[in-house]
Design a protein around this ligand. Structure first.
Ligand SMILES: C[S@@+](CC[C@H](N)C(=O)[O-])C[C@H]1O[C@@H](n2cnc3c(N)ncnc32)[C@H](O)[C@@H]1O
Length: 247
């Protein structure tokens, strides 16, 4: 089955899959965390894995922002939505912009870190882009302790001549590895033609202790804040890591 088509050949469907308005509540928790740790002021934040920039769009009125994603198509969506933000193509595990920020945000894109090596590499990238005392804010969808799938959800949306119904199926085929599978089924009508497509996403699943340990290894002192944005066991809390030493 083909993977991550949502961010490439089907990236044009992103505005039908996700609505920026749906991020209003969760973005509030990210804003509160930034304000609590950074205080007042128009601080400069870097988002790694910005995607369509839907979460970020709720923060740009208050913060300067720079954004990175490895999909040019997704960056184009964010550029359209977030005109004031500087965008860069890059991989959160390796990108080095040569600048430091007050905060680094990694929203649900952190899920694409499927091994401890990758997760640590993303945290080290965050540290390498932070001023001393700067903060990393991040949150995965699930932990080993909270994933109790399979979960199924669906939605139907229309825009002009395009109608998309998508079904999302989250499952953990091998409880002994560090990943889960999400399969999207797209029931798609475009230009009067109907077809069905599959899209597999493999994302990371780690214990809460593993998160704590890797954030510590990357040089962060961590706090976990309540993050009650879904009714299912997703997104239990928001991690805030304070950068101790500049690497
Ligand atoms: C679900 S989307 C993010 C949506 C975003 N939170 C929003 O509010 O619009 C996940 C994004 O992670 C990006 N991504 C996955 N792995 C990445 C990596 N290693 N480095 C940078 N971006 C990555 C994908 O290209 C995709 O755009």
């Amino acid at each position: 089955m083909k993977t991550n088509r949502m961010y490439g050949e089907y990236a044009h469907l992103w505005p039908l899959i996700s609505d920026p308005e749906e991020y209003t509540e969760e973005a509030g928790y990210w804003r509160d965390a930034l304000r609590e740790f950074l205080g007042p002021g128009r601080h400069h934040v870097l988002e790694l894995g910005v995607g369509g920039g839907h979460n970020l769009s709720h923060l740009t009125a208050e913060f300067e922002a720079t954004a990175v994603d490895m999909s040019a198509e997704m960056l184009a969506h964010s550029e359209k939505l977030n005109g004031s933000v500087e965008h860069h193509l890059g991989d959160m595990r390796t990108v080095r912009l040569g600048r430091r920020f007050d905060a680094v945000l990694i929203h649900d894109a952190i899920g694409y870190m499927t091994t401890e090596t990758d997760l640590l590499a993303a945290f080290v990238t965050a540290r390498e882009h932070l001023k001393p005392g700067g903060v990393l804010v991040t949150a995965p969808d699930y932990y080993v302790e909270t994933f109790d799938g399979p979960y199924v959800s669906n939605n139907t949306r229309k825009a002009g001549s395009v109608e998309l119904t998508y079904v999302e199926y989250d499952t953990d085929p091998d409880p002994h590895d560090s990943t889960i599978d999400t399969v999207f089924v797209y029931f798609l009508t475009e230009d009067g033609k109907f077809r069905v497509e599959l899209d597999r996403h493999v994302t990371g699943l780690f214990t809460i202790d593993t998160w704590q340990r890797l954030l510590g290894e990357a040089g962060f002192v961590t706090q976990r804040r309540p993050y009650p944005v879904t009714e299912d066991p997703r997104s239990d809390f928001l991690w805030v890591g304070v950068c101790q030493n500049v690497g």
